[in-house]
Design a protein around this ligand. Sequence first.
Ligand SMILES: [Zn+2]
Ligand SMILES: [Zn+2]
Length: 175
Amino acid sequence: MTPVRIDIVPVGRIAAAVVEYLQLVLPETLNLPCRLRHATIDIRRAYDDRRRQYRSREILTQLADLDEADEVKILGVTDVDLFIPVLTFVFGEAQLGGRAAVVSVHRLRQEFYGLPPDEKLFLERCEKEALHELGHTFGLVHCRRLGCVMHFSNSIAEVDLKSSTFCPSCARRLP
Ligand SMILES: [Zn+2]
Ligand SMILES: [Zn+2]
C-alpha cells in the first residue's frame, strides 16, 4: 500500500515547537505531506506504577487503532519516558511495516543529562528519532552504517553519532 500522508499525534503534553519542527522537516526527507492530528490517547493506561514509565507498546496499539488502513502513517510524539519490558527505556518504538510509530523526547534534551539546554541539538535529535521510527513503519530494519538514521541507538551518544538522513540502500526502500 502506498503511503499518502504522515499524521503527527501529540500524546500527552508536548511542546508545540517540537511538533512544528517535525511538520517542517519530515516532508523534506520522506516526500510525504505531514499534518498535525489531535486524537485522544489515554496515556494513563500505559503507565507502569513500579517503573514509573510508560509502556510504548500500549501507546502504539492506541495509535494504530486510530485508522483502518496502512496508507496513513501515524507518528505519536510524547514527552513521557517510554519503555519496553526488556530495556530500561526506549527513545521510541514502531510497528515494522505497519502504520504506527511513537517517539519520546524525554531523554533527548541536554538537561536530562545535567547539561545546559541546546534547543537546536534537541530538535535535531527529535528529527532523527522520528525519521528512525517512521523508517520502521516503511519496513526498514536497523542499518549497519553508523551515519544512517536507521542505525540503532540506545544512548544519546549514539543518537548524536548518526545523521538525520537515510543511507542510499535504506533510502531506496522508502516510498
Ligand atoms: Zn529502531
Ligand atoms: Zn541505512
